[in-house]
Design a protein around this ligand. Structure first.
Ligand SMILES: NC(=O)c1ccc[n+]([C@@H]2O[C@H](COP(=O)([O-])OP(=O)(O)OC[C@H]3O[C@@H](n4cnc5c(N)ncnc54)[C@H](O)[C@@H]3O)[C@@H](O)[C@H]2O)c1
Length: 330
């Protein structure tokens, strides 16, 4: 069966999904929607399809079988609601929104209509992450330390403005938050501190937290710490998640989520390299779900992704109030 695919938001990350779709037999790009005419023209030249600036007009005219939504955090809402109105399954880039009001409105539409909706937490599809999940199911982690610690903030137009991106914990470190939930279960409460912005003096249009660290109490009694930073001109500490359980030390590192599992005693070590083509793997699973109407192979659905957003928002509230926040408050 052929699958007609449309895109809302055709910037950086959408490029990965365009490329994946181009490699799937029978899948075809039919529509592109963005507020940036230049980008639309560039993507159309690369991948074809009709261009639009209004999501509803695109859905009406091109009648896609599915839509990829890859807009910045502040721009969620109209795209998803249009997909729900036209009953078109959608895959939305993480984070799914910048606030709970938007996410809940979309989620209630997803539940009401039964339209299939997924979130692009692609690391869940990695063989290494699946292996870690298997290990932790039998031997749960008691201490988890993770982070997304970048260098000094640069010129990205919306990323470093908290009101547009939601800040680094919500925008980038959300991958680590999502893995924490995927591997260790749900959080009970979050306490978070943000560093004073004096440390990034001179960064242009910078309104986010230059560093934050969240202490998370998990429902199963484990504790986690998740650190984020855009701070130093000398560099950062990269992407990492280390989990300690009674019989295992698990190190997940780098953007590709390379996995190293050290078994008790230290002699048996498993190493699983992260896949370079993870977007193709994720997108193949999604297009299969669209084709069959069965979401069995989809590892991150919309409702689940809203729970990852909730942790970041609880951390934000804790940063603002100086108090621990119950995760379920969101
Ligand atoms: N899965 C990943 O690892 C990964 C990697 C990078 C980015 N992302 C996520 O993807 C999202 C987009 O990031 P990006 O790097 O592609 O940003 P980008 O700025 O390169 O592209 C965003 C695009 O959305 C368009 N846009 C903005 N508002 C719109 C609206 N209301 N309707 C239609 N189009 C609109 C912009 O014009 C732009 O072309 C972010 O949430 C980001 O976190 C995910």
């Amino acid at each position: 069966m052929s699958v007609k695919v449309a895109f809302i938001g055709v910037g950086g990350i959408a490029g990965q999904h365009f490329n994946s779709v181009a490699k799937i037999a029978g899948a075809e790009t039919v529509g592109l929607c963005d507020v940036d005419a230049k980008r639309l023209a560039q993507r159309q030249a690369e991948f074809g399809g009709e261009t639009f600036t209004d999501p509803a007009q695109m859905l009406k005219a091109t009648q896609p079988d599915t839509v990829y939504i890859s807009v910045p955090p502040f721009a969620h809402g109209a795209a998803e609601l249009a997909c729900l109105r036209f009953r078109v399954p959608f895959m939305v880039e993480k984070p799914v929104a910048i606030d709970m009001k938007t996410a809940k409105k979309i989620l209630s539409g997803v539940k009401r209509t039964g339209v299939m909706a997924a979130a692009a937490y692609m690391n869940r599809y990695r063989a290494g992450i699946q292996r870690v999940r298997e290990v932790l199911a039998k031997d749960p982690a008691g201490l988890i330390c993770g982070g997304w610690v970048d260098g000094f903030p640069g010129k990205h137009p919306w990323l470093f403005q908290k009101e547009k991106s939601g800040g680094q914990l919500l925008e980038q470190t959300t991958h680590i938050v999502d893995l924490l939930r995927y591997l260790c279960g749900e959080a009970e409460s979050v306490s978070c501190y943000g560093a004073d912005s004096k440390f990034v003096r001179g960064a242009r249009n910078f309104t986010a937290d230059c560093a934050s660290t969240a202490a998370i109490k998990m429902q199963n009694g484990a504790i986690a710490n998740i650190t984020s930073a855009w701070l130093s001109k000398a560099g950062g500490m990269g992407v990492y998640l280390t989990l300690l359980s009674r019989d295992h030390k698990i190190e997940i590192s780098g953007w590709n989520n390379d996995v190293r599992i050290t078994h008790a005693g230290g002699k048996h070590i498993e190493e699983i390299k992260g896949e370079d083509n993870i977007f193709e793997i994720e997108d193949a699973a999604w297009i299969k779900a669209v084709r069959t109407g069965k979401p069995t192979g989809v590892l991150s659905d919309y409702a689940d992704a809203v729970k990852s957003l909730a942790i970041s928002l609880a951390a934000d509230e804790s940063m603002a109030t100086g108090k621990p926040v119950k995760a379920k408050a969101y």
